[in-house]
Write a protein that binds this ligand. Structure first.
Ligand code: ADP
Length: 342
Protein backbone atom coordinates (compact mmCIF):
# COMPACT_ATOMS: atom_id res chain seq x y z
CA UNK A 1 0.00 0.00 0.00
CA UNK A 2 1.38 3.42 -0.85
CA UNK A 3 1.71 5.73 2.08
CA UNK A 4 -0.88 8.43 2.52
CA UNK A 5 0.69 11.79 1.79
CA UNK A 6 0.86 14.27 4.61
CA UNK A 7 -0.73 17.58 3.70
CA UNK A 8 0.81 20.17 5.91
CA UNK A 9 -0.60 23.65 5.89
CA UNK A 10 1.34 24.86 8.91
CA UNK A 11 4.19 23.01 10.58
CA UNK A 12 6.17 19.83 10.15
CA UNK A 13 4.99 17.12 12.49
CA UNK A 14 7.24 14.50 14.11
CA UNK A 15 10.14 16.94 14.00
CA UNK A 16 11.78 17.56 17.32
CA UNK A 17 12.87 20.93 16.03
CA UNK A 18 9.45 22.19 15.01
CA UNK A 19 9.15 24.76 17.79
CA UNK A 20 12.33 26.49 16.62
CA UNK A 21 11.90 26.15 12.86
CA UNK A 22 11.08 29.46 11.14
CA UNK A 23 7.62 29.47 9.55
CA UNK A 24 8.15 32.26 7.02
CA UNK A 25 11.10 33.27 4.88
CA UNK A 26 11.25 36.61 6.68
CA UNK A 27 11.96 34.70 9.96
CA UNK A 28 14.98 32.96 8.46
CA UNK A 29 18.49 34.20 9.22
CA UNK A 30 21.45 34.19 6.81
CA UNK A 31 21.81 32.64 3.31
CA UNK A 32 21.28 36.20 2.11
CA UNK A 33 21.84 35.68 -1.62
CA UNK A 34 19.72 32.53 -1.80
CA UNK A 35 17.07 34.21 0.33
CA UNK A 36 16.94 37.24 -1.93
CA UNK A 37 16.72 35.25 -5.17
CA UNK A 38 14.02 32.95 -3.81
CA UNK A 39 12.15 35.96 -2.38
CA UNK A 40 11.98 37.50 -5.86
CA UNK A 41 10.84 34.24 -7.46
CA UNK A 42 8.13 33.71 -4.79
CA UNK A 43 6.94 37.28 -5.13
CA UNK A 44 6.73 37.07 -8.93
CA UNK A 45 4.94 33.70 -8.84
CA UNK A 46 2.39 35.10 -6.36
CA UNK A 47 1.78 38.18 -8.50
CA UNK A 48 1.30 36.10 -11.64
CA UNK A 49 -0.84 33.55 -9.80
CA UNK A 50 1.31 30.80 -11.29
CA UNK A 51 3.23 27.99 -9.61
CA UNK A 52 6.82 28.73 -8.61
CA UNK A 53 9.37 27.03 -10.92
CA UNK A 54 10.75 23.71 -9.66
CA UNK A 55 13.53 24.28 -7.14
CA UNK A 56 16.52 22.14 -6.16
CA UNK A 57 18.28 22.86 -2.86
CA UNK A 58 21.58 21.27 -2.03
CA UNK A 59 24.05 21.48 0.82
CA UNK A 60 25.18 19.64 3.95
CA UNK A 61 22.58 18.48 6.51
CA UNK A 62 21.06 20.96 8.97
CA UNK A 63 21.58 24.15 6.93
CA UNK A 64 17.94 24.94 6.17
CA UNK A 65 16.84 23.00 3.08
CA UNK A 66 13.66 21.71 4.76
CA UNK A 67 13.12 25.11 6.35
CA UNK A 68 13.14 26.84 2.94
CA UNK A 69 10.93 24.08 1.54
CA UNK A 70 8.31 24.69 4.22
CA UNK A 71 8.58 28.50 4.46
CA UNK A 72 8.14 28.98 0.68
CA UNK A 73 4.66 27.36 0.54
CA UNK A 74 3.62 29.45 3.56
CA UNK A 75 4.72 32.60 1.77
CA UNK A 76 2.88 31.47 -1.37
CA UNK A 77 -0.21 30.62 0.70
CA UNK A 78 -0.33 27.04 -0.61
CA UNK A 79 -0.16 23.55 0.85
CA UNK A 80 2.94 21.38 1.01
CA UNK A 81 3.25 17.60 0.88
CA UNK A 82 6.44 16.09 2.20
CA UNK A 83 8.03 12.90 0.87
CA UNK A 84 11.41 11.27 1.29
CA UNK A 85 13.38 10.00 -1.72
CA UNK A 86 14.46 6.97 0.30
CA UNK A 87 10.83 5.91 0.87
CA UNK A 88 9.84 6.20 -2.81
CA UNK A 89 10.81 2.71 -3.91
CA UNK A 90 8.56 2.48 -6.99
CA UNK A 91 6.51 4.88 -9.18
CA UNK A 92 3.31 3.79 -7.42
CA UNK A 93 4.67 5.31 -4.19
CA UNK A 94 4.56 8.72 -5.89
CA UNK A 95 0.99 8.36 -7.12
CA UNK A 96 -0.84 9.44 -3.95
CA UNK A 97 1.32 12.56 -3.75
CA UNK A 98 0.86 13.50 -7.40
CA UNK A 99 -2.88 12.85 -7.49
CA UNK A 100 -3.35 14.89 -4.29
CA UNK A 101 -1.60 17.91 -5.71
CA UNK A 102 -3.61 21.12 -5.53
CA UNK A 103 -3.20 24.04 -7.91
CA UNK A 104 0.18 25.78 -7.27
CA UNK A 105 0.91 23.62 -4.21
CA UNK A 106 4.37 22.31 -3.33
CA UNK A 107 5.64 18.74 -3.29
CA UNK A 108 8.84 18.56 -1.27
CA UNK A 109 11.05 15.50 -1.79
CA UNK A 110 13.87 15.31 0.72
CA UNK A 111 16.97 13.22 -0.13
CA UNK A 112 15.84 13.27 -3.74
CA UNK A 113 19.11 11.62 -4.85
CA UNK A 114 17.92 8.39 -3.22
CA UNK A 115 14.99 7.87 -5.61
CA UNK A 116 15.45 4.90 -7.94
CA UNK A 117 15.69 5.64 -11.67
CA UNK A 118 12.17 4.32 -12.41
CA UNK A 119 10.68 6.80 -9.91
CA UNK A 120 12.78 9.60 -11.34
CA UNK A 121 11.54 8.87 -14.86
CA UNK A 122 7.95 8.76 -13.67
CA UNK A 123 8.46 12.26 -12.31
CA UNK A 124 9.72 13.78 -15.59
CA UNK A 125 6.32 14.26 -17.37
CA UNK A 126 4.82 15.42 -14.05
CA UNK A 127 7.49 18.11 -13.78
CA UNK A 128 7.44 19.12 -17.43
CA UNK A 129 3.82 18.79 -18.56
CA UNK A 130 1.96 18.21 -15.27
CA UNK A 131 1.04 14.78 -16.57
CA UNK A 132 1.46 11.25 -15.30
CA UNK A 133 1.75 8.24 -17.54
CA UNK A 134 0.34 5.09 -16.00
CA UNK A 135 1.12 1.81 -17.75
CA UNK A 136 -1.63 -0.80 -17.44
CA UNK A 137 -1.04 -4.45 -18.27
CA UNK A 138 2.14 -6.02 -19.56
CA UNK A 139 3.81 -7.00 -22.83
CA UNK A 140 1.74 -6.60 -26.01
CA UNK A 141 -1.39 -5.79 -23.96
CA UNK A 142 0.24 -2.91 -22.16
CA UNK A 143 -1.31 0.50 -22.66
CA UNK A 144 -0.56 3.87 -21.21
CA UNK A 145 -3.10 6.15 -19.63
CA UNK A 146 -2.21 9.83 -19.38
CA UNK A 147 -3.54 11.66 -16.39
CA UNK A 148 -3.39 15.43 -16.18
CA UNK A 149 -2.49 16.82 -12.74
CA UNK A 150 -2.65 20.36 -11.37
CA UNK A 151 0.29 22.70 -12.02
CA UNK A 152 2.56 22.44 -9.00
CA UNK A 153 6.07 23.10 -7.74
CA UNK A 154 8.56 20.37 -6.94
CA UNK A 155 11.16 21.27 -4.34
CA UNK A 156 13.95 18.72 -4.11
CA UNK A 157 16.60 18.65 -1.40
CA UNK A 158 19.86 16.76 -1.54
CA UNK A 159 23.17 16.56 0.27
CA UNK A 160 24.70 15.27 -3.00
CA UNK A 161 23.96 17.09 -6.24
CA UNK A 162 26.67 14.97 -7.83
CA UNK A 163 24.50 11.88 -7.38
CA UNK A 164 21.54 13.38 -9.24
CA UNK A 165 21.17 12.35 -12.86
CA UNK A 166 21.64 15.18 -15.36
CA UNK A 167 18.08 14.83 -16.81
CA UNK A 168 16.57 15.29 -13.33
CA UNK A 169 18.89 18.16 -12.42
CA UNK A 170 18.07 19.96 -15.67
CA UNK A 171 14.34 19.86 -15.00
CA UNK A 172 14.72 22.23 -12.04
CA UNK A 173 14.37 25.87 -13.10
CA UNK A 174 16.21 27.08 -10.00
CA UNK A 175 19.13 25.45 -8.21
CA UNK A 176 20.44 26.87 -4.97
CA UNK A 177 23.35 25.78 -2.83
CA UNK A 178 23.24 26.38 0.94
CA UNK A 179 26.53 27.11 2.62
CA UNK A 180 27.65 27.10 6.26
CA UNK A 181 26.53 30.05 8.41
CA UNK A 182 28.83 32.73 9.82
CA UNK A 183 29.31 33.08 13.59
CA UNK A 184 27.22 36.29 13.49
CA UNK A 185 24.34 34.57 11.73
CA UNK A 186 24.41 31.60 14.08
CA UNK A 187 24.60 33.93 17.11
CA UNK A 188 21.46 35.65 15.83
CA UNK A 189 19.68 32.29 15.49
CA UNK A 190 20.78 31.21 18.99
CA UNK A 191 19.72 34.53 20.52
CA UNK A 192 16.28 34.37 18.88
CA UNK A 193 15.83 30.77 19.99
CA UNK A 194 16.93 31.53 23.56
CA UNK A 195 14.08 34.02 23.59
CA UNK A 196 11.64 31.44 22.18
CA UNK A 197 12.73 28.89 24.78
CA UNK A 198 12.62 31.58 27.49
CA UNK A 199 16.23 31.02 28.46
CA UNK A 200 17.82 33.71 30.61
CA UNK A 201 21.35 34.25 29.26
CA UNK A 202 24.35 36.49 28.61
CA UNK A 203 25.08 37.69 25.06
CA UNK A 204 28.52 36.06 25.19
CA UNK A 205 26.90 32.69 25.84
CA UNK A 206 24.99 32.87 22.53
CA UNK A 207 28.21 33.72 20.70
CA UNK A 208 30.01 30.82 22.42
CA UNK A 209 27.31 28.35 21.34
CA UNK A 210 27.47 29.79 17.80
CA UNK A 211 31.27 29.43 17.65
CA UNK A 212 30.98 25.79 18.66
CA UNK A 213 28.19 24.79 16.25
CA UNK A 214 30.10 23.98 13.04
CA UNK A 215 28.32 26.70 11.06
CA UNK A 216 25.09 24.66 11.24
CA UNK A 217 21.75 25.91 12.66
CA UNK A 218 20.54 22.41 13.55
CA UNK A 219 23.64 21.84 15.69
CA UNK A 220 23.30 25.32 17.22
CA UNK A 221 19.74 24.44 18.28
CA UNK A 222 20.78 21.04 19.68
CA UNK A 223 23.67 22.59 21.58
CA UNK A 224 21.47 25.37 22.89
CA UNK A 225 19.02 22.81 24.28
CA UNK A 226 21.84 20.92 25.97
CA UNK A 227 23.29 24.09 27.49
CA UNK A 228 19.84 25.05 28.76
CA UNK A 229 19.42 21.65 30.46
CA UNK A 230 22.91 21.80 31.89
CA UNK A 231 22.29 25.29 33.34
CA UNK A 232 19.10 24.12 34.96
CA UNK A 233 20.60 20.98 36.43
CA UNK A 234 23.99 22.32 37.52
CA UNK A 235 23.08 25.89 38.51
CA UNK A 236 20.11 28.27 38.64
CA UNK A 237 19.12 27.96 34.97
CA UNK A 238 20.88 31.13 33.82
CA UNK A 239 23.16 30.54 30.83
CA UNK A 240 26.37 32.48 31.42
CA UNK A 241 29.47 32.23 29.23
CA UNK A 242 31.13 29.92 31.78
CA UNK A 243 28.07 27.65 31.97
CA UNK A 244 27.85 27.43 28.14
CA UNK A 245 31.55 26.60 27.92
CA UNK A 246 31.41 23.93 30.65
CA UNK A 247 28.30 22.35 29.15
CA UNK A 248 29.85 22.11 25.69
CA UNK A 249 33.20 20.86 27.03
CA UNK A 250 31.27 18.09 28.76
CA UNK A 251 29.96 16.96 25.34
CA UNK A 252 33.52 16.95 24.05
CA UNK A 253 32.89 19.90 21.72
CA UNK A 254 36.04 21.89 21.24
CA UNK A 255 36.69 25.56 20.45
CA UNK A 256 36.28 24.97 16.69
CA UNK A 257 32.95 23.25 17.33
CA UNK A 258 34.35 19.81 16.44
CA UNK A 259 32.75 16.89 18.27
CA UNK A 260 34.51 13.65 19.29
CA UNK A 261 33.60 12.00 15.96
CA UNK A 262 35.19 14.83 13.96
CA UNK A 263 38.37 14.61 16.00
CA UNK A 264 38.45 10.82 15.74
CA UNK A 265 38.29 11.19 11.94
CA UNK A 266 41.20 13.66 11.93
CA UNK A 267 43.21 11.63 14.46
CA UNK A 268 42.74 8.45 12.43
CA UNK A 269 44.15 10.09 9.31
CA UNK A 270 46.96 11.62 11.39
CA UNK A 271 48.01 8.55 13.36
CA UNK A 272 46.94 5.52 11.33
CA UNK A 273 47.53 6.93 7.85
CA UNK A 274 50.42 9.28 8.55
CA UNK A 275 48.38 12.37 7.58
CA UNK A 276 47.23 10.88 4.25
CA UNK A 277 46.55 10.85 1.41
CA UNK A 278 44.06 8.11 2.15
CA UNK A 279 40.80 6.98 0.53
CA UNK A 280 37.61 7.81 2.40
CA UNK A 281 36.61 4.12 2.43
CA UNK A 282 39.75 3.16 4.35
CA UNK A 283 39.09 5.84 6.97
CA UNK A 284 35.42 4.81 7.20
CA UNK A 285 36.34 1.12 7.71
CA UNK A 286 38.85 2.01 10.41
CA UNK A 287 36.23 4.12 12.21
CA UNK A 288 33.54 1.50 11.65
CA UNK A 289 31.33 4.05 9.88
CA UNK A 290 29.59 4.21 6.52
CA UNK A 291 31.63 6.19 3.93
CA UNK A 292 28.39 8.13 3.20
CA UNK A 293 28.25 9.35 6.80
CA UNK A 294 31.76 10.72 6.50
CA UNK A 295 31.14 12.33 3.12
CA UNK A 296 27.74 13.84 4.00
CA UNK A 297 28.07 14.75 7.66
CA UNK A 298 31.66 14.84 8.84
CA UNK A 299 33.81 16.05 5.97
CA UNK A 300 32.03 19.14 4.58
CA UNK A 301 32.78 21.34 7.59
CA UNK A 302 36.35 20.02 7.97
CA UNK A 303 36.99 20.74 4.29
CA UNK A 304 35.47 24.18 4.67
CA UNK A 305 37.73 24.87 7.67
CA UNK A 306 40.71 23.66 5.62
CA UNK A 307 41.61 21.01 8.19
CA UNK A 308 41.53 18.39 5.47
CA UNK A 309 41.86 18.60 1.70
CA UNK A 310 40.73 16.29 -1.09
CA UNK A 311 43.44 15.25 -3.49
CA UNK A 312 43.15 12.87 -6.45
CA UNK A 313 44.79 10.24 -4.21
CA UNK A 314 42.55 10.72 -1.20
CA UNK A 315 42.07 12.84 1.91
CA UNK A 316 44.98 14.61 3.43
CA UNK A 317 45.35 16.61 6.65
CA UNK A 318 46.60 20.18 6.53
CA UNK A 319 49.10 21.68 8.98
CA UNK A 320 46.13 23.42 10.68
CA UNK A 321 44.64 20.02 11.54
CA UNK A 322 47.87 18.78 13.13
CA UNK A 323 48.05 22.05 15.00
CA UNK A 324 44.48 21.71 16.25
CA UNK A 325 45.05 18.10 17.35
CA UNK A 326 48.41 19.06 18.90
CA UNK A 327 50.04 16.21 17.01
CA UNK A 328 53.45 16.67 15.41
CA UNK A 329 53.16 16.10 11.65
CA UNK A 330 55.28 13.22 10.31
CA UNK A 331 58.61 14.42 8.90
CA UNK A 332 57.63 13.21 5.42
CA UNK A 333 53.93 12.58 5.39
CA UNK A 334 53.98 11.28 1.83
CA UNK A 335 57.01 9.04 1.25
CA UNK A 336 56.29 8.91 -2.49
CA UNK A 337 57.07 12.59 -2.52
CA UNK A 338 54.02 13.38 -4.66
CA UNK A 339 51.57 16.18 -4.08
CA UNK A 340 53.22 17.60 -1.05
CA UNK A 341 51.19 20.20 0.70
CA UNK A 342 53.66 20.94 3.46
P1 ADP B 1 18.21 20.50 6.30
O1 ADP B 1 16.85 20.23 5.69
O2 ADP B 1 19.12 21.27 5.38
O3 ADP B 1 18.87 19.27 6.86
P2 ADP B 1 16.66 21.99 8.24
O4 ADP B 1 15.91 22.94 7.36
O5 ADP B 1 15.90 20.82 8.79
O6 ADP B 1 17.99 21.50 7.53
O7 ADP B 1 17.28 22.89 9.43
C1 ADP B 1 17.48 22.37 10.73
C2 ADP B 1 17.00 23.36 11.77
O8 ADP B 1 17.85 24.50 11.76
C3 ADP B 1 15.60 23.92 11.50
O9 ADP B 1 14.61 23.18 12.15
C4 ADP B 1 15.64 25.32 12.02
O10 ADP B 1 15.25 25.36 13.37
C5 ADP B 1 17.10 25.68 11.92
N1 ADP B 1 17.36 26.56 10.78
C6 ADP B 1 17.80 26.18 9.55
N2 ADP B 1 17.99 27.23 8.75
C7 ADP B 1 17.66 28.32 9.47
C8 ADP B 1 17.67 29.73 9.19
N3 ADP B 1 18.05 30.20 8.00
N4 ADP B 1 17.27 30.58 10.17
C9 ADP B 1 16.91 30.10 11.38
N5 ADP B 1 16.89 28.78 11.72
C10 ADP B 1 17.27 27.91 10.78
Amino acid sequence: MPREPIIQPTVISNDEDRDLRPQRMRDMVGQRDVHERLGIAVDAASKRGEPLGHLLLDGPPGLGKTTFATCIPHDLGVNVQIASGAALAAPKDLLPYLTNIEERSVLFIDEIHRMPKAVEEFLYPAMEDFRIDIVLGEGVNARTINLQIKPFTLIGATTRTGMLSAPLRDRFQMREHLDFYSIEELSEIVTRNMRKLKVDSDDEAAVEIAIRSRGTPRLANNRLRWVRDYALSRSDGRVSLAVARDALEMLGIDRLGLDPQDRKYLETIARVFGGGPVGVEAVAHTLNLEPDTLVDEVEPFLLRKELVVRTPRGRRLTPAAFDHLRITPPADPDPSGQQKLF
